[in-house]
Ligand binder design. Structure first.
Ligand code: ADP
Ligand code: MG
Length: 423
């Protein structure tokens, strides 16, 4: 059973190579690099088959080189290329009768697969596996018969097991492996696509829901302004409300804008004092509506590196949550302090608080306890921005008492005047 044992060894080598090839393929993104890697894997397995060949006679070398040719030929249309490489590699062992037989045999296989591959790929997964096994079995027959005719003394059973069982079995196993991986990749792509669609849908719903209110109010005031008889005083009052409603619509868009572009593009040093002041000013109206008092304890120092626009976004999302957690009023305390290395921002509310389990889920996409009113995207954006700015978030919360969001960033040297000029 020497030949059978040798073929088993050959098959294991091909499987190991294929396994690592697939692991490597998983990391690649572009179709071109995937194709190149696949070609390399097939050529390598061919070379390995020929290196670990079983020399029966001076002109007869037995191995499983048919397997990479069949799989590569059927699944990737590489039949002619692999056959040509097999012929060239075989030539290194001598141009003899065995070589001529193989050259003729592989040439026919190459042409056959070239024709067959496009039709083969259109078949169902199960049919493809069966077809690969059947084709291998049929192609193994001439080799086995030739071998038995050349060397009558060779044990017949060994030849039949090696050619009629191991070779088709090997192809069947590899085809099954490829089909399963293909299924997995398709499934993963489908999941990613569905998640993206879901995100777009939720975002659309959230934006339209939150934008509709200020816009409806704005339209109402525009209608009122169309009345020419209203006093000048009323007119400027309406215009002020109109402006604030449009501002709040703009804020909603800002709130979700970062979701589609979570990477930090602008990198600059900025003082957090001005940014925090600005955010507090923006959120005052909604704090007032909830009877929330904002207390500031801000240090004028503290420079960090990142995109000020996105930092702004972060604070808005956290403070909005804090205000929303206090529907019956409370205190929102915003304080900052600096150490030699860090800048610490504390946003503290006296709202509903959270359980440990809720804290652990923060930042998870779509995690919201606000039903229709929530999107569960606010903190996801916060976490992704803080991560991109190399900062840390620590959340402390007690049910019924309140929540503190602590943001820690590395202190950065202030921007030079020259850099500021380019802003
Ligand atoms: P959304 O505000 O749309 O619900 P977020 O991602 O902003 O989504 O917040 C997710 C969830 O985290 C909220 O639904 C809420 O349950 C909880 N949460 C966040 N901040 C606070 C807070 N300051 N106090 C209590 N719960 C909070
Ligand atoms: Mg929120």
């Amino acid at each position: 059973m020497e030949l059978t044992v040798h073929f088993f060894f050959n098959l294991s080598l091909i499987m190991i190579l294929l396994f690592f090839g697939v692991l490597w393929l998983e990391k690649l993104k572009s179709l071109r690099s995937i194709q190149i890697t696949a070609v390399i894997v097939f050529v390598e397995s061919l070379v390995i088959c020929l290196i670990f060949t079983y020399p029966l006679h001076d002109s007869l070398f037995l191995d499983l080189r048919l397997i990479p040719i069949i799989i590569g030929g059927l699944y990737m249309g590489l039949g002619p290329l692999l056959a040509a490489i097999a012929i060239v590699l075989r030539a290194f062992y001598g141009i003899d009768s065995g070589f001529l037989f193989h050259a003729f045999f592989y040439l026919i296989i190459a042409l056959l697969f070239f024709e067959l591959s496009p039709r083969f790929l259109k078949k169902s997964s199960k049919k493809r596996i069966l077809l690969s096994v059947l084709i291998t079995f049929l192609l193994s027959l001439p080799e086995a018969i030739t071998l038995l005719l050349i060397d009558i003394s060779y044990p017949t059973l060994d030849v039949w097991i090696a050619y009629a069982i191991i070779q088709p079995l090997g192809v069947g196993m590899i085809a099954y492996f490829i089909e399963e991986i293909d299924k997995n990749i398709l499934l993963r792509q489908h999941v990613i696509k569905t998640k993206r669609l879901e995100a777009v849908e939720q975002m659309g719903a959230a934006i339209s829901h939150e934008i509709r209110n200020p816009l409806t109010a704005a339209i109402g005031f525009v209608q009122l302004l169309q009345d020419h008889t209203i006093s000048e005083e009323k007119r400027s009052q309406y215009l002020a409300i109109l402006k604030s409603e449009l501002h709040s619509a703009e804020r909603v868009i800002q709130d979700y804008l970062t979701f589609s572009k979570p990477q930090i593009h602008t990198q600059q040093s900025f003082n957090i004092y001005d940014e925090i002041k600005h955010v507090i000013h923006l959120l005052k109206p909604s704090a007032n509506r909830n009877s929330v008092q904002i207390v500031e304890e801000l240090s004028k120092h503290g420079t960090i590196k990142g995109d000020p626009q996105k930092f702004h976004q972060c604070l808005v999302n956290i403070m909005k949550n804090a205000i929303e957690a206090m529907p019956n009023g409370g205190i929102l305390k915003v304080s900052t302090e600096t150490t030699t290395a860090d800048v610490i921002i504390r946003i503290q509310d006296t709202g509903s608080g959270m359980t440990q389990e809720q804290i652990e889920r923060l930042g998870e996409p779509y995690y919201s306890t606000k039903g229709d009113k929530g999107t569960g995207l606010g903190l996801m954006v916060v976490y992704s921005i803080v991560k991109a700015m190399k900062g840390t978030i620590i959340v402390e919360s007690e049910l019924g008492v309140g929540t503190t969001f602590k943001l820690i960033f590395r202190m950065s040297p202030p921007t030079s005047k020259l850099e500021k000029g380019f802003r």
